[in-house]
Design a protein around this ligand. Structure first.
Ligand code: PLP
Length: 373
């Protein structure tokens, strides 16, 4: 059988990884400043993470959510403590799209409404329809049975006011737009959304799937604005490569049996991987490291006149280059062996491990300066 050919691939096959580094099958070494779209939060194959998963694999890897799983409870407690949301509830699933599906469904269950406001250039995942095609009224929310989604420009309060009405179940927004090119919601705009949702009985959903987990120098990007959304979705960096998604749920939202569910979500291995990530983040003070190295990069990058614009916070940075410098990302990879990401039309996306070192940060600056000369 052949693979379904949906991904544009580089002809590089990583076979080993450690910290911020990858090795291919020829033994060539690469600096990874992308981490498979912000997934590698604590560094590749961190020894504590590897040991935790290996030990667990030798005990029990999976049993369904129909029995108690104390590892899930420990994971939830640690996440509550480190994220600043100890009073919230955690629902575990397997990916970012699933976390957002569950958030939209929950918002619709809570409000009885089915209209959603989202933002231009947003990316929230690639699923649709599974619940709507399920014949069980208990788990189909009004949203799943037919919905209206209105897209408004980011940071435009007037456009938002025009779309916002009593039918709105949820407003969904990324902490920082990732796929959309590191577009930042203003702190004042997030505060405005919070107030609007409060007064209208609508649910504010913060998609922190790319921007969360310490990347911006706070646990979640929206915490720079000092807001507390009803629902926060997370994935990517949660498992450092193990597929985990999650939904942090405001204490006022009450569950009922069967309201949400998934076969694999929060299984033993996933819980142990998630817990190990949080333990490393805490022990190695990775959020502070992300803030420091992010500020350093932003300061240094702003000195380079060839760059059109720089956006970002912490270790989530977008570098806009003019059309004439379209090859820079490929040159960084093939000439300097540095992996970065991109966003169209010509933005380099930096999403390194939060455990990146100063020397690794400098390697990138040196290579980029060479390419921009
Ligand atoms: C902000 C955001 N939300 C949701 C998703 C979807 O996550 P997944 O690919 O795990 O379904 C992504 C993936 O890139 C994302 O960046």
């Amino acid at each position: 059988m052949k693979l379904f050919d949906v991904y544009p691939l580089f002809n590089i096959t990583p076979v080993k990884a450690q910290g911020s580094w990858l090795w291919d099958e020829k033994g060539e070494k690469y600096l990874d400043l992308y981490g498979g779209h912000a997934v590698i939060s604590i560094g590749h194959s961190h020894p504590h993470y590897v040991k935790s998963l290996t030990d667990q694999l030798n005990k029990i890897a999976f049993y369904s959510n129909s029995v108690q799983n104390n590892l899930q409870v420990k994971f939830a407690e640690k996440l509550g403590q480190l994220s600043g949301y100890p009073d919230y509830q955690l629902f575990l699933c397997n990916s970012g799209a699933e976390a957002n599906e569950n958030a939209l469904k929950l918002a619709s269950f809570v409000t009885g409404r089915k209209k959603v406001i989202a933002f231009k250039k947003a990316f929230h995942g690639r699923t649709s329809g599974a619940v709507a095609a399920t014949d069980n009224p208990k788990i189909v929310a009004p949203f799943n049975a037919g919905h209206e989604i209105v897209f408004v420009p980011l940071n435009d309060e007037n456009a938002f006011e025009q779309a916002f009405d009593k039918n709105v179940a949820a407003v969904i927004i990324e902490g920082i737009q990732g796929v959309g090119g590191i577009q930042m919601p203003e702190d004042s705009f997030l505060k405005f959304l919070e107030a609007k949702c409060q007064s209208n009985g609508s649910i504010l959903i913060l998609d922190e799937i790319q921007s969360g987990y310490g990347r911006t120098g706070k646990f979640f990007a929206h915490q720079h604005a000092g807001i507390r959304p009803h629902l926060i979705t997370t994935a990517k960096g949660m498992g450092n490569g193990f597929p985990i998604g999650g939904l942090l749920i405001h204490p006022d939202i009450k569950p009922w049996s069967g309201m949400l569910g998934t076969t694999f979500g929060g299984n033993y291995l996933a819980s142990v991987a998630g817990l190990a990530v949080l333990e490393v983040m805490e022990n190695e003070k990775l959020i502070v490291n992300a803030a420091n190295l992010g500020n350093y990069w932003l300061r240094e990058l702003k000195k380079l006149p060839a760059i059109t614009e720089i956006r970002g916070r912490g270790l989530m940075i977008g570098i806009d280059l003019p059309d004439g410098l379209k090859n820079v990302r490929n040159d960084l990879l093939f000439k300097h062996h540095i992996f970065t990401g991109e966003a169209k039309p010509n933005t380099i996306r930096l999403l390194p491990s939060l455990a990146m070192t100063q020397d690794e940060a400098d390697l990138f600056l040196t290579a980029l300066k060479k390419e921009l000369q």
